[in-house]
Design a protein around this ligand. Structure first.
Ligand code: C5P
Length: 394
């Protein structure tokens, strides 16, 4: 959890009605202190108490932001920003103000249909002067009722950008490949074999790595957990173990680190029926499925000829956790292996927490306490970074 990080959120125009509550609450959930500054037009749409009650801090108004608040802010986020305000922000007096802020300054333009978004985008691209980072909508549009559609980055995209702005970029320039989620092994057009993985642990790893500046390739099976809208996360959806193997092998060269936490099926049906298998086809009421081993992706990277990335495996165990994990670390030639006991409450599938024990090549064993999957991800990345010879983050 980030502590004592302060963000100044400037809000303008009709987006205050749809974006401000989810953005402020999700920032608060990440432990960030949010100071909200409303423009006059935003104040017309929501009362001053709205933002004060929401953020838990006294309201400030734009443009009269006290110097102390600017000086105390670790980052400034203006979301959404109308065309008029964006142009005002880029004038000399405000550019001087942005340069005073300790951390990054990010703007999410929010345009209504009557504003020419494409024209504005082109001119805005040159106006940042190296100080301002623009968070652009990627096909997202928010329905503003009678006003029409507001073309603005979603609160989720703004959150990802804000958290990245507030996080030390110690993985900048590093390329990380992550596998996650279950795989689905089809045996006719409607049926398949899968498992209980939701992909949540792998998504947390991708997210925490992207916040630290890494370029993440996320090869994932059919997950029930969403991929966060972060520019540094490149999702590569696959379906079965073989397609996950193919995608990983095509992308592994050039990766500095690979974290394999997908729950890959160990077996896949030998035969695929192109037509739905009929229950009448079984005279004795028994249906058996013959299956064969899938390729082991972790093992293949571990034994790949030549240099391979810093390799982290995961192991979900139900018994003899330590012995099985140590054996897997050796057998699959990993640098680090994170094991969890899926029979323990609050550890494993479909819960927000996990409790892992980390085994390293040097023989060290670190039992982490039960934590949120995001916090587990932070600790795993710290340890991997230390293992690669980089700084261990706090
Ligand atoms: O042997 P086991 O399946 O328990 O090993 C778990 C680790 O191996 C995980 O990191 C998982 O992502 C990886 N794995 C893999 N390909 C498989 C099976 C497991 O990459 N076919």
């Amino acid at each position: 959890m980030l502590s004592l990080k302060r963000i100044l959120l400037i809000v303008d125009g009709p987006g205050v009605m749809t974006h401000t509550a989810p953005l402020v609450t999700s920032l608060l959930k990440q432990g960030v202190t949010v100071r909200v500054a409303l423009t006059e037009s935003a104040r017309l749409l929501v009362g001053d108490y709205f933002t004060t009650m929401l953020s838990g801090t006294p309201l400030v108004t734009f443009p009269n932001i006290p110097e102390k608040i600017l000086d105390d802010s670790d980052a400034v986020l203006a979301a959404p920003v109308s065309e008029k305000l964006a142009r005002r922000f880029c004038e000399d007096d405000w550019m001087a103000i942005w340069k005073r802020v300790k951390g990054p300054v990010a703007f999410a333009p929010g345009f209504l249909p009557q504003e020419d978004g494409s024209e504005i985008r082109k001119s805005l691209a040159d106006m940042g002067g190296g100080v301002i980072h623009w968070i652009m909508a990627e096909g997202e549009a928010t329905d503003m009722g009678s006003l029409g559609k507001l073309d603005v980055a979603s609160p989720e995209r703004c959150l990802e950008a804000a958290m990245t702005a507030l996080t030390k970029q110690e993985l900048a320039g590093k390329s990380i490949l992550i596998t996650c989620g279950p795989t689905a092994e089809d045996f006719d057009p409607v049926r398949f074999v899968t498992n209980r993985s939701t992909g949540r642990m792998g998504v947390a790893l991708a997210r925490m790595a992207a916040w630290r500046g890494a370029d993440v390739t996320l090869v994932h099976g059919p997950m029930s957990w969403p991929v966060p809208p972060h520019d540094g996360i490149h999702a590569c959806p696959v379906r079965n173990a073989q397609s996950m193997y193919d995608a990983v092998m095509a992308k592994i060269d050039g990766a500095d680190m690979a974290i394999l936490c997908a729950a890959v099926a160990d077996f896949t049906p030998i035969e695929y029926s192109t037509v739905k298998i009929k229950k009448q086809g079984s005279s004795d009421g028994v249906f058996s499925l013959k299956m064969k081993r899938t390729p082991d992706i972790l093992d293949s990277i571990g034994h790949k000829a030549g240099r391979h990335p810093f390799l982290v495996g995961f192991a979900a165990e139900s018994d003899h956790v330590q012995a099985y994990a140590q054996a897997k670390l050796e057998a699959k030639n990993c640098d680090m292996l994170c094991a969890n006991d899926v029979t323990k409450p609050g550890s494993g599938f479909a819960v927000g927490t996990n409790q892992v024990t980390v085994f390293k090549r040097d023989g060290s064993v670190t039992e982490l306490p039960q934590m949120s999957k995001e916090d587990v991800a932070r600790r795993v990345l710290d340890m991997a970074l230390a293992g690669m010879g980089g700084p261990a983050a706090g």
